[in-house]
Design a protein around this ligand. Structure first.
Ligand code: FPP
Length: 242
């Protein structure tokens, strides 16, 4: 990657392919998730190192509860292990840890660990690591609309302000739109991820399975992002001044 490459401010990743990674090796699916957690750690550290300001990782969707019960509980166990083993890195790198999603359905012991990590990293000024857990894009929008209705009925918000202020009602309102959205494993879908914040994202799909995704693959995604002309609805001439 050329040194002067623009580093996207906010990168979102749909981490897909753990199951296939395991299947290829005749291993149980959960081994793929275990390997996937290792990639989460490596990629988080790398993202912070290269100056990404916000990293959003899709770890568990509102639909993932439909998976076999033993897979769901292994994912929750892995989440526990992950939190415990990441505390040091998060604190030493000054990372601010946040979660997007409805934690109400996450078991209490895990929720406490998550809340503790959120609390102790609250004042960190480094990269924001946003873990999407029991997260769904439509769910986030409905949640926002309900809050908007509350504020509207209390006279705290006017109809004319809704468009401008909508994003303030999303999970972690301080997190900006996603600049670069990466999905691994060859699937070309959004799968209900951060629907509001991907409106103008550059999309990057790679066949690499999440457990295999490494720094070089991440660099390739950023290099590709640097080739894109982000028009935001304008013309090329307006953007590059031809
Ligand atoms: C998709 O693989 C992966 C997920 C269910 C989400 C990502 C989960 C992890 C990286 C592990 C847990 C993360 C943390 C932070 C504890 P898949 O099972 O859908 O793969 P497949 O499509 O090949 O079956």
């Amino acid at each position: 990657m050329v040194k002067s490459a623009t580093i996207p401010t906010h990168v979102g990743i749909i981490m897909d392919g753990n199951g296939r990674w395991a299947k290829k090796r005749l291993l149980p699916r959960v081994m793929g998730h275990r390997e996937g957690v290792k990639t989460v750690k490596k990629i988080t550290e790398f993202a912070a190192k290269i100056g990404i300001r916000y990293l959003s990782l899709f770890a568990f969707s509102t639909e993932n509860w439909l998976r076999p019960q033993d897979e769901v509980s292994t994912l929750m166990d892995l989440l526990d292990e992950y939190i415990e083993s990441e505390v040091e890195l998060i604190l030493s790198q000054g990372i601010k840890f946040v979660v997007s999603g409805d934690l109400g359905r996450i078991r209490e012991s895990t929720r406490k660990k998550l809340n503790n990590l959120i609390e102790i990293s609250r004042n960190n000024s480094g990269m924001v690591l946003n873990l999407a857990l029991n997260y769904g894009g439509r769910d986030e929008l409905i949640h926002a609309v309900k809050l908007i209705i509350d504020d509207y009925s209390k006279g705290l918000l006017s109809k004319d302000d809704i468009e401008k202020k909508f994003s303030l009602y999303l999970y972690n309102a301080e997190i900006p739109d996603i600049d670069l959205l990466i999905r691994t494993s060859g699937e070309i879908r959004i799968s209900n991820f951060m629907l509001w914040r991907i409106a103008y994202s550059e999309l990057y799909f790679t066949k690499v399975l999440w457990p295999d995704f490494n720094e070089d693959n991440f660099r390739d995604a950023i290099a590709d992002y640097n080739k894109r002309i982000r028009r935001f609805g304008k013309t090329d001439e307006q953007i590059i001044g031809k």
